[in-house]
Design a protein around this ligand. Structure first.
Ligand SMILES: Cc1ncc(COP(=O)(O)O)c(C=O)c1O
Length: 344
């Protein structure tokens, strides 16, 4: 029998039982739709407790939309968004950011998924030239698509660079919980306090069923966002069921516990995988993902039992993600299977 849990993605996992309970508990009677309900009021209140009373928060269904609409709020069609080449907005959103913002995305190759001030400076040109798109947003992913985590200073420096040039810092925080825990920071310290202007806050990869939010730390940009969200088809009529998930994530710091656990499982997986000759960990394991270079012929054999994605076919690099429900036994069994398969 195949194992019931894989290492393919943190969104292959199910819903955390406490979140499922919260959805069921919200399933009582009728409430007003479209966000004018007590569950949403209470979830927004919790967001404000974490990020500050003066934020604006808008709930959305998925991370692609949170990114696209957050970027749209910051841009005109003649602007450009600078991002890492590996960024989800660039590689995994089917051109939706370009479609919704009308902006050009300027991708920067990186060895570890992280932009640096130097790399951004390199593409910052054409300012004031009517023939060029005008760079307006630096978009970073935290934790990154390569399982690495920006250090606070790296984000502060990017924010300073952007703000000194009338640009803004957007953060794709699909895994912001994993990053905050990895850095030992609160959610606010890991985002707003470092100069992030707009945050896509991810709940789905941290145990929710489908709960994301766009958070504005500067209300100038959220003024028309109610309309942007509706036009972007992200206004949930039965919003209470998404809001209830955020309430559960924030109650008893479940967000933190889930992220801590998945990060710990990735650290354990790294430790076990490092024991295997012929398998090489290729990026620092700083959140809940492990990237490994493995002998090419082992990939298909491994995938027959445990489905996962190949990150870089040419280099034979694969991606293994841990989730809130990954167990130490899952990790050890998987590592044993990798060792065995690689040896064959
Ligand atoms: C870095 C990153 N950003 C955003 C998303 C959001 O994606 P979705 O639209 O599937 O919720 C994902 C999901 O894979 C992701 O990995």
């Amino acid at each position: 029998m195949k194992p019931t849990r894989s290492f393919a993605s943190d969104n292959k996992a199910g819903i955390h039982p406490k979140i499922l309970e919260a959805i069921a508990a919200a399933n009582q009677g009728h409430v007003v739709g479209y966000g004018d309900d007590p569950y949403t009021e209470s979830a927004v209140e919790k967001f404000k407790r974490h990020f500050g009373a003066d934020i604006e928060v808008f709930i959305a269904f998925n991370g692609t939309a949170a990114n696209c609409l957050g970027l749209k709020a910051l841009t005109e069609t003649y602007h450009a968004v600078i991002c890492a080449e590996a960024a989800h907005v660039y590689t995994d959103e089917c051109g939706a950011p370009e479609k919704f913002t009308g902006c050009k995305l300027i991708p920067i190759p990186t060895p570890d998924g992280k932009l640096t001030v130097e790399s951004v400076r390199h593409v910052y040109h054409g300012i004031g030239d009517q023939h060029h798109v005008q760079p307006r947003v630096v978009s970073i992913t935290q934790s990154t698509e390569m399982g690495t985590v920006y250090k606070p200073k790296e984000i502060r420096d990017l924010a300073r660079f952007a703000h000194e040039r009338s640009m803004f810092l957007h953060m794709d925080g699909a895994r912001i919980a994993n990053a905050a825990v990895s850095l030992g920071l609160t959610l606010r310290e890991a985002t707003r306090d470092l100069g992030v202007d707009v945050l896509s806050f991810g709940g789905t990869k941290n145990g929710a069923m489908g709960a994301e939010a766009v958070i504005f730390f500067d209300r100038r940009f959220s003024r028309d966002f109610l309309y942007v969200r509706k036009q972007g088809m992200q206004l949930a009529s039965k919003m209470r069921f998404i809001s209830a998930q955020f309430e559960a994530l924030f109650a008893d710091d479940l967000w933190r516990k889930n992220a801590e656990h998945s990060n710990q499982m990735a650290a354990l997986l790294e430790k076990e995988i490092r024991k295997i000759p012929d398998v090489k960990i290729v990026y620092p394991v700083e959140a809940n993902g492990v990237f490994a270079q493995i002998p090419r012929q082992a990939i298909a054999k491994l995938q027959k039992r445990y489905f996962f994605y190949v990150w870089n076919e040419e280099q034979s690099v694969v991606r293994w993600m841990c989730s809130f429900d990954t167990t130490a036994e899952d990790v050890k069994e998987f590592a044993r299977f990798v060792a065995e398969t690689v040896r064959e």
